[in-house]
Design a protein around this ligand. Structure first.
Ligand SMILES: CC(=O)N[C@H]1[C@@H](OP(=O)(O)OP(=O)(O)OC[C@H]2O[C@@H](n3ccc(=O)[nH]c3=O)[C@H](O)[C@@H]2O)O[C@H](CO)[C@@H](O)[C@@H]1O[C@H](C)C(=O)N[C@@H](C)C(=O)N[C@H](CCC(=O)O)C(=O)O
Ligand SMILES: Nc1ncnc2c1ncn2[C@@H]1O[C@H](COP(=O)(O)OP(=O)(O)OP(=O)(O)O)[C@@H](O)[C@H]1O
Ligand SMILES: N[C@H](CCC[C@H](N)C(=O)O)C(=O)O
Ligand SMILES: [Mg+2]
Length: 491
């Protein structure tokens, strides 16, 4: 592709050398993986400034550099005012604007994003649509899976996946949009057709300065709705009306609106809901009619997730009967309220709750269902929001009968410091067993008939990151093997 064509969506830029003869084979934002013929884009990162690596990239064969300031290099430099946006715009140009041709649903909010994307995946697959999912667990395009580094990939990787989705004729692209991604412009220029807001509670205050900044980042998805290249299709925001932040999200968009909720007046609403040990039941009222939903998914938070998914599905033309069937047959999502059954007389649940609000929701749900006592095994991630640690610890002692604090992913931090942050002002009994396997074993061995053990925080994760190394660790696998051992050698 000609350099000029690559730059066609960037409204104005300056060049240090003529670029009319420059031919581009690819794009790179990382000098460590730059290949001959690439254009290197210098991003101002959270940790380092990519401008420092322009020369390295050119030495590796980059034919031009896109930067915000002059950099010492023999290759032509294109000067722009914002390289994050330039990355998104050149990625769109290079991959021939895939988002313009795809029907894309974006989901944002503190909790529920992964679950909603999988609920939508199941709904669309009921009607034999081809789907593409991008999110925390993996990228899955028409059944083919790819591992992920981030919940929302950088703009370049994202456009590669969108391009692939277009090639394999995906009907519905469904993706999670994190606040980091919105703040860093990873989805800038993506032409979302539907944007879903789940809820906003505390998380990521290590990255965002305060709650308002976190809210502002999340609301960018709605503020940017309709800014894409395709003006033909109507865009919609799907908003949880029961969230205290609903009004701010509604105000941030000028596009179509569909609301959902349980308590407030909303377009898609759950009424007459009941919970049992086998799931949830409610009457779902919608602009196209009412239908009874029976689902194996547990907890009020699951009803919210179903309402959000139903809202987006209705806007995408799916019938209520298809939605009903899908919610009834759902397999749930890996690591989200996932039961582990090895014939034991007590319940074991694996859940990805790693925020105060999600932990509270899951524990409250268990409290409503469990006749015995509840034991929680939980920790807090290192190099992440420190201020959520005491809150998660407090929720644990408040809603569980037995509390075992253990390692999550300590990352570069000393686990003792994490436990200290969790427990300094904590009332109520708890124990600390640093080794996660030992903590799970302790909880399972102590459990009595009718009790429930909740293993929280890591859900689907298959690793534990300690001091820069990722060791294989899978809560479900560990719990299963201990339960099997207990069955074979009862004490
Ligand atoms: C803190 C954070 O968000 N970091 C993200 C960010 O990286 P960064 O800005 O720190 O990059 P950097 O290391 O400073 O480098 C700046 C630039 O220099 C380049 N570079 C760097 C070194 C070098 O030798 N050569 C070189 O060219 C880099 O490629 C980059 O372009 O941009 C990268 C590309 O998009 C992300 O992969 C990376 O995510 C890291 C791995 C991360 O852990 N992020 C988490 C916090 C995150 O984003 N989480 C959300 C989900 C949260 C949730 O919902 O719970 C997510 O979407 O995953
Ligand atoms: N609607 C909801 N409201 C509150 N908590 C929820 C909701 N849905 C799920 N949860 C809780 O949050 C946990 C994470 O759910 P899920 O993975 O769907 O969220 P996410 O937004 O994708 O999280 P992440 O930001 O880590 O990717 C679940 O395991 C459950 O405990
Ligand atoms: N997307 C979240 C996941 C947290 C999961 C938890 N297990 C942890 O490692 O803190 C984050 O990166 O903050
Ligand atoms: Mg997720």
């Amino acid at each position: 592709m000609k350099m000029k064509k690559l730059l066609r969506f960037i409204p104005f830029y300056k060049v240090t050398q003529p670029i009319s003869e420059v031919m581009v084979k690819g794009l790179s934002m990382d000098s460590r993986t730059t290949e001959p013929g690439d254009v290197f884009i210098c991003l101002r990162g959270v940790d380092v400034d990519g401008h420092r690596f322009a020369e390295d990239a050119v030495a590796k064969g980059a034919v031009a550099v896109i930067a915000e300031e002059r950099v010492e290099t023999s290759a032509p430099v294109v000067l722009v005012n914002d390289t994050s946006r330039a990355l998104a715009m050149t990625a769109a140009a290079f991959y021939d604007c895939p988002t313009e041709h795809l029907h894309i649903i974006g989901v944002t909010g503190t909790n529920g994003k992964t679950t909603i994307t999988y609920l939508l995946d199941e709904i669309f697959q009921q009607q034999k649509d081809r789907t593409g999912i991008i999110g925390t667990i993996q990228v899955k395009i028409d059944g083919e899976t790819f591992p992920v580094k981030n919940t929302t990939p950088d703009a370049l990787t994202l456009h590669k996946y969108f391009h692939h989705m277009r090639k394999v004729k995906v009907d519905q692209a469904i993706m999670e949009v994190s606040s980091h991604a919105l703040d860093q412009g990873r989805v800038y220029g993506c032409d979302f057709d539907i944007a879903i807001f789940t809820n906003l509670t505390q998380d990521h205050l290590d990255y965002h300065e305060n709650f308002d900044d976190y809210l502002r980042a999340k609301s960018l998805l709605f503020a940017q709705l309709g800014n894409g290249y395709n003006k033909q299709r109507e865009k919609f925001a799907v908003i949880n009306k029961d969230s205290p932040s609903a009004k701010k999200f509604i105000q941030s968009t000028s596009q179509g609106l569909l609301t959902y909720g349980i308590h407030e007046q909303a377009d898609v609403k759950a009424e007459e809901y009941t919970m049992t040990e086998t799931g949830t039941s409610f009457l779902m009222t919608t602009p196209i009619g009412s239908i009874r939903i029976e689902s194996p998914l547990m907890g009020i938070f699951s009803i919210y997730n179903m309402l959000a998914a139903a809202g987006a599905a209705i806007l995408s033309g799916v019938s209520l009967e298809t939605i009903q069937r899908s919610f009834q047959e759902t397999k749930g999502v890996r690591g989200r309220f996932e039961p582990v059954r090895e014939g034991q007389e007590f319940g074991v649940v694996i859940d990805y709750a790693h925020t105060p609000d999600s932990l509270k929701n899951v524990l409250k749900t268990l409290r409503d269902l469990c006749k015995g006592s509840i034991c929680v095994v939980v920790g807090c991630g290192g190099d992440r929001d420190r201020s959520k640690r005491p809150l998660m610890a407090q929720v644990s002692t408040e809603y569980a009968d037995r509390v075992i604090f253990t390692n999550d992913n300590p990352r570069s931090e000393n686990p003792r410091q994490i436990f200290k942050d969790m427990t300094t002002h904590l009332n109520g009994p708890y124990s600390i067993i640093e080794n996660r396997e030992k903590a799970i074993r302790h909880a399972l061995v102590q459990a009595q008939k009718g009790d429930v053990v909740l293993i929280a925080g890591k859900g689907h994760e298959t690793y534990q990151e300690i001091k820069g190394t990722r060791y294989h660790f899978d809560d479900c696998e560990v719990a299963k093997s201990i339960l099997k051992e207990m069955k074979e050698r009862p004490s």
